[in-house]
Design a protein around this ligand. Structure first.
Ligand code: IMP
Ligand code: MG
Length: 191
């Protein structure tokens, strides 16, 4: 179709992998009631599919954060825009993230959550862009390792577009996309 992007992980691959992650988490948390904390907005598609693949009682809450500028400028400083309204002390918390890139956002978030004294604290990320990591961090649960490319779809955006693309796309021509942010609109068409 378009040369601006190509499919990295198709919707069927994503579905299968998310179901596997759900079954693994369900097995690991038998007898407990995990609290999933999802970071808006990118993690929402993943959360919706993941929690339906976990056959245990699961609570879900949301947080929103913003980084100050890019990784280099921000030095990992993060502002919490929306916080959870439950006491996490003694709970089994799983942070559900779309993608771990530099790891700066997650490092900050995990510090904030750890201070609330949960019984356990783990990360479940759909995508792990491990080549870009600045702070050492490996999610306990990870769907796919991915290359150091800009990705969109299944929750991931470029300037708020393309979160609703069912597949995960790898941008091949970032300059073309910046010139024409609508270049990937054809990918929105159903299969
Ligand atoms: P980190 O603090 O660098 O790990 O940033 C992680 C956040 O950056 C993710 O939760 C995404 O919101 C965003 N992000 C990182 N890589 C991509 C990408 O390839 N496409 C879209 N968003 C991304
Ligand atoms: Mg995110």
């Amino acid at each position: 179709m378009s040369e601006v992007a190509s499919v990295l992980f198709g919707r069927e691959d994503v579905r299968r992998r998310v179901e596997e992650l759900g079954r693994t988490i369900a097995g690991d948390y038998v007898g407990r009631e995990p609290v999933f904390i999802t970071v808006l907005k990118g993690g929402t598609m993943f959360l919706a599919d993941l929690m339906r693949a976990v056959d245990l009682p699961v609570e879900t809450h949301f947080m929103a954060v913003s980084r100050y500028g890019d990784a280099a400028e921000s030095m990992g400083r993060v502002q919490i825009l929306l916080d959870v309204d439950v006491d996490l002390a003694g709970r089994h918390v799983v942070v559900v993230e779309d993608i771990v890139d530099t790891g700066l956002t997650l490092k900050y978030l995990l510090g904030v959550l750890r201070a609330r004294e949960p019984s356990s604290l783990e990360v479940c990320a759909l995508l792990d862009k491990s080549a870009r990591r600045i702070v050492p961090m490996s999610p306990r649960y990870a769907g796919f390792d991915c290359p150091d490319r800009f990705l969109v779809g299944y929750g991931l955006d470029f300037r708020e577009r393309y979160r609703n693309v069912p597949d995960i796309l790898q941008v091949e021509d970032m300059d073309a996309l910046k010139l024409d942010p609508d270049a990937l609109v054809p990918w929105l068409a159903p299969a």
